[in-house]
Design a protein around this ligand. Structure first.
Ligand code: MN
Length: 291
């Protein structure tokens, strides 16, 4: 039986916020269809300055936003303007194209901490229309040593109301004692510590670390060393290679090129976000760099 592998996340900046990037990581670029995980903050925000991530495009992926602390404001090219608070879920499906911003709320100041995850969309939905869902309440599994909140998919027989395009699960677990959960042996799993130190199958995990558990496990034990929380992400390992560049998930460079050009040309594919923040862009893909 393969062991839990624990590796450090990479620290970077997104907008105004320090983030610990747990995925993609060397060796396991994806875990199920989960292809990106940024643990944002904790950082102090003001009413006027929060994440401050201006309008930017996505294609071929779903963004899963979940806060541990604070509030943030989502705006997108579908016309949604949505405040999110701890315990709630924003799920944006990019399909062929959407753009969004993550902004200060104009009302909240204090600590902000959360996680943003990406799910690679399936062949069936990745070229279809964009969509957005907010879930103000998510189902919970309460046991003596932990409370699990099911963001997407099914965990311990409890199913999230959020849209689910493929076989995967995302759960936040707050651990205050000892708990044992059943796992799906056909899933691989990532464990991303958000707050506090805990033991997972006898290994210490703390914020800034990601644990990886390959397929073939049917249970996991968590034990808190202090009040702690983590994200448990699972799914059937992807069969096909995906190509990720900037904010796009695609299958080949041509798809990336046309998405990037559409964003540069502002040709309507990614719509318009009603934001006062500047549109974000980056240098072209390295395969266009002069030699
Ligand atoms: Mn985004």
């Amino acid at each position: 039986m393969n062991e839990l592998e624990i590796t450090p996340s990479r620290t970077t900046m997104v907008g105004n916020m320090p983030v610990r990037r747990a995925l993609p990581r060397r060796g396991h670029r994806t875990v199920g269809a989960w292809c990106f995980a940024d643990h944002m903050g904790p950082a102090q925000v003001t009413k006027e300055h929060g994440l401050d991530i201006g309008p930017h495009p996505h294609t071929g992926l779903q963004t899963v936003t979940y806060l541990v602390d604070g509030e943030a404001l989502h705006r997108d090219s579908l016309g949604n303007e949505q405040l999110i608070a701890p315990g709630q879920l924003n799920l944006m499906t990019a399909g062929l194209g959407v753009s969004h911003s993550e902004e200060a709320t104009r009302r909240y100041e204090g600590s902000l901490q959360g996680i943003q995850l990406w799910i690679a969309q399936t062949e069936r939905t990745r070229l279809l229309e964009a969509a957005f869902e907010h879930h103000g309440e998510l189902p919970r599994i309460e046991s003596s040593g932990a409370v699990a909140t099911v963001l997407v998919g099914n965990f311990c027989g409890v199913t999230s109301p959020a849209r689910l395009d493929s076989d995967l699960v995302g759960v936040e677990v707050r651990v205050s004692g000892s708990v044992n959960y059943p796992l799906r042996p056909d899933f691989e799993y990532a464990l991303i510590a958000l707050e506090g130190s805990l033991m997972a199958n006898g290994h210490v995990i703390e914020p800034g670390h990601i644990g990886y558990l390959g397929v073939g496990h049917d249970e996991i034990d968590f034990e808190s060393l202090e009040p702690s929380s983590l994200m448990v992400l699972g799914g059937v390992p992807l069969e096909s290679e995906i190509l990720m560049w900037w904010n796009f998930v695609a299958r080949n460079r041509d798809e990336i090129d046309s998405a990037f050009q559409a964003w540069l040309d502002d040709d309507g594919r990614f719509g318009t976000v009603a934001s006062t923040l500047a549109r974000i862009t980056v240098a072209p893909p390295f395969w266009h760099a002069p030699r």
